[in-house]
Design a protein around this ligand. Structure first.
Ligand code: KIV
Ligand code: NA
Length: 264
């Protein structure tokens, strides 16, 4: 199978072929999603929540994400692997952003980086792209600035549409190959998707975008507690693993595991 490249994102948009992406943080899920034909794997700073147990993505560091990204890249034979730049690794300026992107490219085998922000991050995107590293943008709700945005809130409603459009255009003009639209109304996402030449990837942005991305632990029913309204849960891994753990406990308790076939 041929490796997915940035030009495939572009041709997918031009030909109306929807793009699929999932987050991944480890070699097992990366291998499964890659084999299933998921087009790109994002090693998101959502690892702060899904792997490390933080309340937000803010504490996540490059040092934490590098080994996860390396694991995902090692398993992906077809999927395009994107490293997420964590909070504090690119905001100070283009120079810092480029240093951070270079670390991911040298220390993992990721194919691109992603960073949050439109107009405010345009210089950073431009500088990284000039160095030959593809960049995925991320506008709408940007979790790294949730305190500044006043919480987990839909962006781009009503008179915020102009800001969303300006941010999306800034990302495109800076040279990004695609842009994530997170938690924006479906009609706003449709508007952005129509105006942009580069593909839009929706996370809670409705159906009128060029691709869909979900956090795999939400998508597969592994997350404990509430998951966002926009997620369709495709499996019940939490239920399956709970059943398995209960069965294992019971078998050990009553002596049915291990059986003769498991013994040397
Ligand atoms: O970190 C992440 O998983 C993300 C996506 C949800 C867009 O940034
Ligand atoms: Na992220």
């Amino acid at each position: 199978l041929k490796r997915v490249r940035t030009r495939h994102f572009q041709s997918a948009k031009e030909n109306g072929i929807p793009i699929t992406g999932l987050t991944s943080y480890d070699v097992q899920t990366a291998g499964i999603f890659d084999q299933a034909g998921i087009d790109f794997l994002l090693v998101g700073d959502s690892a702060g929540n899904t792997v490390f147990g933080y309340d937000t993505t803010l504490p996540v560091t490059i040092d934490e994400l590098i080994p996860l990204t390396r694991a995902v890249a090692s398993a992906a034979t077809r999927a395009f692997v994107i490293a997420d730049l964590p909070f504090g690794s690119y905001e100070v300026g283009a120079e810092e952003a480029l240093h951070s992107a270079i670390r991911f490219m040298k220390e993992t085998h990721a194919h691109a980086v992603k960073l949050e922000g439109g107009v405010r991050s345009a210089e950073q995107i431009r500088r990284i792209v000039e160095a030959g590293i593809p960049v995925m943008g991320h506008v709408g709700f940007t979790p790294q600035s949730e305190h500044g945005l006043g919480g987990h809130m839909i962006q781009g409603r009503g008179d915020q549409l102009d800001k969303l459009l300006a941010d999306a255009h800034a990302v495109e003009d800076a040279g990004a190959f695609a842009v994530v639209l997170e938690m924006v109304p479906a009609d706003a996402a449709a508007h952005v998707t129509k105006e942009l030449r580069i593909p839009t990837i929706g996370v809670g942005a409705g159906p009128h975008v060029d691709g869909q991305l979900l956090v795999w632990t939400d998508w597969a029913g592994l997350t404990a507690g509430r998951i966002p309204k926009f997620v369709r849960q495709y499996a019940d891994l939490r239920g399956i693993l709970t059943e398995a753990a209960l069965a294992f406990r019971a078998d050990v308790a009553d002596g049915t595991y291990p059986g003769p076939e498991h013994s040397y």
